[in-house]
Every structure is written in structure tokens, then in C-alpha cells.
Design a protein around this ligand. Structure first.
Ligand SMILES: *Cc1c(COP(=O)(O)O)cnc(C)c1O
Length: 223
């Protein structure tokens, strides 16, 4: 089932990418493995998936310890500052830098561990109360501020779109983030990843410029 799902995802990604003059190679697939068992994660790895996303530290750590070191782990959830130590140690990219306080805590931890911490700035594109992240209007100032932290390396932007039954209606939100992604020019800030698109909306997100999709359900089935 996983193999078939992955094949379908690749076809859908390729089609969406072509619509904007890009190709499958330009899109990084992050397999979201919350609630997914290690055997299934291993199977995805065997099929060529290299990036994996978890949103809970406690759930992720035993899996990370049990699986081969070649897996790249992305932290994609709301991160409490008391858990930054483990996340800096075990994750290669923190996609959910959603507030200044967290930037400060990550900087401190990066100093302590003498590591560079790769992050994406999370932007609340739907301006939803229930979601974390910087407001669209404050994204650029936030990037400027985070660029001053010596241990943080900003590599792009991440967004969780509002849930809409018809993902076509999300185009203006995705477009807005892409516009920031493409126009921002801040020394020390690298715009390499535009992480948007989940099972419900990833084709629209890719058509609108995403180059990193985070898929759980489409790959592993319903949680
Ligand atoms: C769960 C989750 C996903 C994947 O969601 P699906 O709809 O299952 O593809 C992507 N991003 C984040 C931040 C998540 O928490």
C-alpha cells in the first residue's frame, strides 16, 4: 500500500510541478510520521524517502533512536522551550520557528551544543487564532531579527493553511507567502525552502510555488 501511495504522490507532485514549470526533482517530500510505527517508516525509507516530520518530541525520540542515521528529521510542531535541547540534538531542520521566545531559546541551545540550528520561519497565513506562527505582516521584520542570531540559520518559510473543503480557495494564501519568499532579501537569510502543502492541499500549494510538502495521510493512510 505504501509503495502504491508513494507512486501516486509522485505522479500528483510531478503534474502540479509541471504546471508551474518545475519538476518533481524540485520538490522535497517530508513524510509526516506522527502515530506511524517504525516498521512503516523504515519501509518508506527503503522506498527512497529521506525526510521525515514529527510534531511531538516525546513520540519522536524513540523512533529516531531506533531508525538508521540517514533519515533526516524535521520538527514540525509547536515547540516548548523546555524541549529545545533534544530537538537541537536530533533534528536537522526545525520548520516551526513560530515566536521570538523560541528563537532566543534555540540560539542559547545552539551556543551550548556548538551547533548551527536550521530553521524555517512559520507564518500563520490564515491569521487563525488556533494556529501558531508570525503574522504575514510581521514576517519580514521577524526574519530580520532572527538573522541576527549567530547560531540560527534561516532556510525559508513554512505555513499550515486553514482547512478548507475546497483547497482551490487557498491560492491567495499560498501566493502571498510565495511573494514574501521570493522578494525577501536579508543578509544571512537563505530562502531555500517554501514548506507548504499537506494531504488536503498539496497540489494547489505546489502549483503556487511550494518546494517542500509535508504529507502524512496521503502516504500512510488515515491516522
Ligand atoms: C500532521 C501534519 C502534517 C501532515 O498532515 P496530513 O494532512 O496527514 O498530510 C503536515 N504538517 C504538519 C505541521 C502536521 O502537524
Amino acid at each position: 500500500m505504501l509503495e502504491q501511495n508513494l507512486k501516486i504522490i509522485h505522479e500528483r507532485l510531478a503534474r502540479a510541478a509541471h504546471k508551474r514549470g518545475a519538476s518533481l526533482r524540485d520538490i522535497t517530500l517530508v513524510a509526516v510520521t506522527k502515530t506511524v510505527r517504525e516498521e512503516q517508516i523504515m519501509q518508506a525509507f527503503t522506498l527512497g524517502v529521506r525526510h521525515f516530520g514529527e510534531n511531538r518530541v516525546q513520540e519522536a525520540l524513540p523512533k529516531i533512536a531506533a531508525l538508521p542515521y540517514q533519515l533526516n528529521w524535521h520538527f514540525i510542531g509547536h515547540l516548548q522551550t523546555n524541549k529545545v535541547k533534544q530537538v537541537v540534538e536530533h533534528f536537522s531542520l526545525i520548520q516551526s520557528l513560530d515566536r521570538f521566545k523560541l528563537a532566543g531559546a534555540l540560539q542559547q541551545e545552539g551556543e551550548k551544543q556548538e551547533r548551527t540550528v536550521n530553521v524555517l520561519l512559520q507564518v500563520n497565513i490564515g491569521a487563525e487564532e488556533s494556529k501558531h506562527g508570525f503574522a504575514v505582516e510581521e514576517a519580514e521584520d521577524a526574519l530580520r531579527a532572527v538573522a541576527d542570531y549567530s547560531r540560527l540559520r534561516v532556510q525559508g518559510l513554512m505555513a499550515i493553511a486553514p482547512y478548507l473543503h475546497n483547497p482551490e480557495e487557498l491560492r491567495p494564501y499560498f501566493r502571498r507567502l510565495r511573494q514574501i519568499y521570493e522578494t525577501v532579501n536579508i543578509p544571512g537569510v537563505e530562502m531555500r525552502y517554501l514548506s507548504m502543502g499537506m494531504t488536503n492541499d498539496f497540489e494547489v500549494a505546489v502549483e503556487e510555488g511550494s518546494n517542500m510538502v509535508r504529507l502524512g495521510t496521503a502516504l500512510f493512510g488515515e491516522r
